[in-house]
Design a protein around this ligand. Structure first.
Ligand SMILES: N[C@@H](CCC(=O)N[C@@H](CS)C(=O)NCC(=O)O)C(=O)O
Length: 266
């Protein structure tokens, strides 16, 4: 098979989701990092591959693939030797429902990432640079939301909704993991890979206490097991930009009490 190329970004949730499945299946790939903080996703050459100006994008002998959840299904179809999906049709359906739900939650997690952390990094740019960055976002709704998040942080209603939906996400995950060790499969698979990046992100935003041994023990156990897997090191730890993550953590820590109180009220 000709070489697989992954266009991705270290801390990006959707990129982590795909890297976890590539590593699980032991698929080697050429890594092309897209610098999201400096507008690499808007580069006209990249946009030819991914017209939505987002990562990840996978290039294979079959063609150009976008949308992380669909990429993982493609990987399962093409490299079934190490399975990441059950063979039971009902479980497959449940896994797909879960992936669809997590895809819908994704912008909510984006809202808290930008509203709590990233806005402070972007506000260090000049007004002109920031304007170019915003104008490059092709979807007008996403562009307006991004502007609101950067300007208003925790005062933006979209962040409040993101915090509320993060609690729903945590409760749903805790419930699913109370029924089985892995999500809709006998071992770590596509549904686990879909949920994992959002747990990582909440932890990076200093919200790890929402899933410790006393708050949500099932998530705590599940995450603990994943963290010691070699594929976690290869797909997640090795791609963490320490400086960016420590800045996110600092802003998260500063606003943690407020975030938790919003979560408890809603
Ligand atoms: N539904 C898409 C979402 C992709 C997405 O939102 N990617 C983010 C990183 S996790 C991105 O590239 N953001 C850049 C931006 O919004 O400017 C997928 O699952 O692939």
């Amino acid at each position: 098979m000709s070489k697989i190329i992954l266009y991705h970004n270290g801390p990006s949730t959707c990129s982590q989701k795909v890297r976890m499945i590539l590593e699980l299946k032991n698929i080697s790939y050429e890594s092309k990092i897209i610098d999201l903080l400096n507008g690499g996703q808007h580069d006209p050459e990249y946009v030819k591959l991914n017209p939505n100006h987002v990562v990840p994008t996978l290039i294979t002998k079959d063609g150009v693939l976008t949308e992380s959840s669909l990429i993982n299904e493609y990987l399962e179809d093409t490299f079934p030797e190490i399975p990441a999906r059950s063979t039971d049709p009902l479980k497959i359906h449940q896994m797909r429902l879960w992936a669809k739900y997590v895809d819908a939650y994704h912008p909510q997690c984006g809202a808290i990432t930008y509203g709590i952390g990233m806005r402070n990094i972007l506000l260090m740019k000049s007004k002109e640079e920031l304007e170019v960055e915003l104008e490059n976002i092709p979807d007008p709704i996403k562009r307006n939301t991004r502007r609101d998040l950067i300007e208003n942080g925790l005062d933006a209603p979209v962040v409040i909704e993101g915090i509320k939906q993060s609690r729903v996400f945590l409760d749903k995950l805790e419930f699913e993991l109370s029924k089985s060790e892995w999500l809709f499969n006998d071992s770590f698979g596509i549904a686990d890979a879909a949920a994992l990046p959002y747990i990582i992100r909440l932890e990076q935003l200093a919200l790890g206490e929402l899933f410790n041994v006393s708050t949500r023990p099932n998530i705590c156990d599940w995450y603990g097991k994943i963290k010691i897997m070699e594929i976690f090191t290869k797909a997640v730890t090795d791609f963490i930009p320490e400086q960016l993550i420590s800045v996110l953590g600092k802003f998260g820590e500063d606003q943690k009490d407020q975030v938790i109180s919003i979560m408890e009220k809603n």
